[in-house]
Write a protein that binds this ligand. Structure first.
Ligand SMILES: C[S@@+](CC[C@H](N)C(=O)[O-])C[C@H]1O[C@@H](n2cnc3c(N)ncnc32)[C@H](O)[C@@H]1O
Length: 245
C-alpha cells in the first residue's frame, strides 16, 4: 500500500519504470547470441569520443584507481593520464574484451539474465558504463549492485548518446526523448539511497567532424550525456564539473 501511494505521488516518467512492458525489447533472444558477433566499431563520432575520454579523465581524481568497465567492449575510453591499478571489464563478447588494451582482467556475465555483479562489496573506486545503459532490462537492480561494489566515495559514471542497436534497446528508452532520458538516469541514481545527488554534463549541437562518414547528412556531432554520482562515504572527494577546452 505504502509503495503504491508512493508511486502515485511520483512523476509520470518514473511511473513508466513500472509499466509492464517498460523493459521489453524487439529482440528478446539471448543477449549472449546477439553480442557473440564481434563489433570492433566506433559507437560515436571522433569528437564525441574525445569528449567522453576527457570527461572520464576529469571525473577520475583517484591516483591509482580500481575501475570496473560495466558492459565493456574493445575500448574503455580511459585517457592515458589515468593510471589505474586495475581495470576489470564485464561484458558479453570475449574477443572484444580480450582486445581491450585498458583491461587487466575481464568476466563474461549477462547482467540482464543476472543483475548481481560477480564482485565483492566495496572493491572499486570507479564504475564506468558507456553507451550501454539503454540495453539494461533491470536497471534498478544494477544501480543497486553498482553501489554495493563501489567503495565509499567511489563514483559511478554513466555515459550515453542517441545511437543504439534498436532491436536490443528497452522500450522505455525508445519512447523517451533525450532530455527525458537524462532525467530517467538521474532518477535511477536517486532510487539508490547509497548514492549522493547525481550531477549531469551535456555536450551537444557541436559541428560534426568533417571527415566523419555521416558528415554529408548535415547532422551535428553525436551528443554526449554524462550522469554521475559518488557513493556516500566519510571522505567525499572533490570532482570538478567536467568542461571541454
Ligand atoms: C554499444 S556497446 C558499448 C561497448 C563499450 N561500453 C563502449 O563504450 O564502446 C554495448 C556493450 O554492452 C554489452 N552488453 C549488452 N548487453 C549486455 C548484457 N546483457 N550483459 C552484459 N553486457 C552487455 C555488450 O557486450 C557490448 O559490448
Amino acid at each position: 500500500m505504502e509503495a503504491r501511494n508512493h508511486l502515485k505521488r511520483t512523476s509520470w516518467l518514473i511511473r513508466q519504470l513500472y509499466a509492464p512492458d517498460a523493459f521489453a525489447r524487439r529482440d528478446e533472444t539471448d543477449d549472449k547470441v546477439f553480442y557473440a558477433v564481434d563489433r570492433f566499431v566506433e559507437h560515436l563520432d571522433s569528437l564525441a569520443l574525445s569528449t567522453v575520454e576527457q570527461v572520464i579523465g576529469q571525473l577520475i581524481v583517484e591516483e591509482t584507481p580500481v575501475i570496473l568497465d560495466l558492459m565493456a567492449g574493445w575500448d574503455s575510453h580511459i585517457p592515458q593520464s589515468i593510471k589505474p591499478s586495475r581495470v576489470a571489464g564485464l561484458g558479453l563478447n570475449p574477443n572484444e574484451l580480450a582486445g581491450n588494451r585498458a583491461l587487466t582482467d575481464f568476466v563474461l556475465h549477462d547482467i540482464n539474465e543476472n543483475p548481481t555483479l560477480p564482485f565483492p562489496d566495496e572493491c572499486f573506486d570507479v564504475v564506468l558504463n558507456t553507451v550501454s545503459i539503454d540495453y539494461m532490462t533491470q536497471p534498478l537492480e544494477v544501480f543497486t549492485e553498482v553501489a554495493r561494489v563501489l567503495k565509499p566515495n567511489g563514483v559511478f559514471i554513466v555515459v550515453f548518446s542517441n545511437r543504439m542497436f534498436p532491436q536490443k534497446v528497452v522500450k522505455m528508452w525508445w519512447r523517451l526523448n533525450e532530455e527525458e532520458r537524462v532525467i530517467l538516469v538521474e532518477e535511477l541514481f536517486k532510487y539508490v539511497e547509497l548514492f549522493e545527488e547525481p550531477r549531469t554534463f551535456v555536450s551537444r549541437d557541436r559541428p560534426r567532424p568533417v571527415d566523419d562518414r555521416h558528415a554529408h547528412l548535415g547532422i551535428p556531432s553525436d551528443p554526449v550525456y554524462v550522469v554521475y554520482a559518488d557513493r556516500k562515504g566519510p571522505h567525499p572527494l572533490v570532482r570538478p564539473q567536467p568542461h571541454m577546452e
